[in-house]
Design a protein around this ligand. Sequence first.
Ligand SMILES: Cc1cc2nc3c(=O)[nH]c(=O)nc-3n(C[C@H](O)[C@H](O)[C@H](O)COP(=O)(O)O)c2cc1C
Length: 545
Amino acid sequence: MQDDTRAATRPPRDLHEHLAALDAAGLLVRVDRPINKDTQLQPLVRWQFIGGIPEDERKAFLFTNVVDAKGKRYEMPVLLGALAGSPRIYAMGMGRKVEDIGPAWTRAIANPVPSRTVGTAPCQEIVITGDALREPGGGLAALPVPISTPGYDTAPYLTATLCVTRDPDSGVQNTGMYRAALKATDRLVVRMVARPGGAGGWLHWLKYRERGEPMPISIALGGAPVIVFTSPAKLAVDCDEYSVAGALAGEAIETVRCKTNDLLVPASAEIVIEGVIDTSVLEPEAPFGESNGYVALEAFNMPMKVTAITRRRNALFNAIISQVTPSESSVIKKVAYEPLFLDHLKRILNVKGVKRVVLHEPLTNLRPVIFVQFEYGAPQTEIWRGLRGAASLIANFGKVIIAVSDDIDPSSVDAVLWSIAYRSNPAEDTLILPNKGGGQGSQYGERRNDSALLIDATRKRLMPPLALPRKEFMEEALGIWNELGLPKVRIPSPWHGYTLGNWGDDWEAFARNAVNGDWEANGLQTLARQRPGLEAETAVRSVEK
Ligand SMILES: Cc1cc2nc3c(=O)[nH]c(=O)nc-3n(C[C@H](O)[C@H](O)[C@H](O)COP(=O)(O)O)c2cc1C
């Protein structure tokens, strides 16, 4: 892992600071040639995720010469991959090292820092309201909003959003990253997951609808990465995300009141789209390529009338790349959700022996497949409590949950399957939990209950050593490999042998003799132990006590 030492100072206070830091760290690609935002922009960056480029070498992309399908040129640059192109890029936004991301989230959730409202803000340097929002090519059409999945999506979409709404009862604001389709220069349709455990904004919408009132909403784009990171994080329903962002930032987040509604948005945002949702009607939205790897089909969602667009003079348009994982969308969630799961199992449920939680990312998109790693020897009852705990934290997370021991790398599916193959007995070590929440939306047909498969693939007994050369021999050989100038190798897990409890001093001595060239001494020793009257393959230990 690269060590971005600059990242240890403090998190960037806005997107421009973040961009400069990415550039300085060699993590930014600048594209100055014309790029069509409707057909070329997202597909170009998609190659970075599907083209076999190592995660650590992924970059953020800045497009400075953006045009559209009709040849219109946009002054505003577009930024893609800058939030979570990789954990390394995300860590730059957090102003921390990659390994500190998890603990930082846990500390921030436990110690929020209230935000502070200011009178003037960069995000309101330019204010567009009234008829200017409805001019042809004006309003939303003036923004370089890319199409995410050209060929399937029905509109340009706002993706890296911080959708701000307020609970009409408690007055507490919620922010969520919800997609929003452009419909007119002054109208969007916002999609908020509408099911138990769904979007916080949807819970607010239900309340406004019950009151027969419209729901004010503001969508902030850009801003200090720590604020944007809280938008897709699964925080408690009544948790004020700005205060968690404040704890991540190490200082109160500055907010500003919107020009045409009462909501507070981050002062550091690049662009803010203010408006109101008429809760008495819904409008068709999608098809749109989703992070579960399929295209969401048309469904009725919430139309938002735009009442103002405010922005910085030098605004950057920030988008996110989602759809089939890995993507920016899965990285941004993975780094925040894994610590949440570990904290839940370790601190809240006090499950003994739990060490790590990994949400499987490629293609499955984090939710369905979860690996939980335990210390060897953790009581079986605790392993099952951990499996059930992981199955219940978030309604639609955990369709297949697998426990492994600490010598198995849960980020290697090969290693996990190896563990299932040799360390579990399906008749004894699996359980199917009925009545789990389904992972997909109404667009995919009738919503039915799903279920979860739990597998205890931990090591339950002493086992012989892993049959690879001991670490010191593999290390020495790697040195020779490199000295010979052979192709660079990728170090998998496992990459060297290690003992797993079923081993003895006698065999250790034999192995030492062998590597010292004294194998004939071993032969002399076993010659003395020859026996008559046994069946072939009788285990020595069953005869010699
Ligand atoms: C790129 C991206 C797009 C997302 N799109 C949506 C969406 O359209 N609707 C939705 O409800 N959640 C969406 N999510 C998930 C929410 O952001 C996530 O569940 C978050 O916790 C929502 O905040 P809330 O719990 O305050 O509603 C998306 C997440 C990411 C990373």
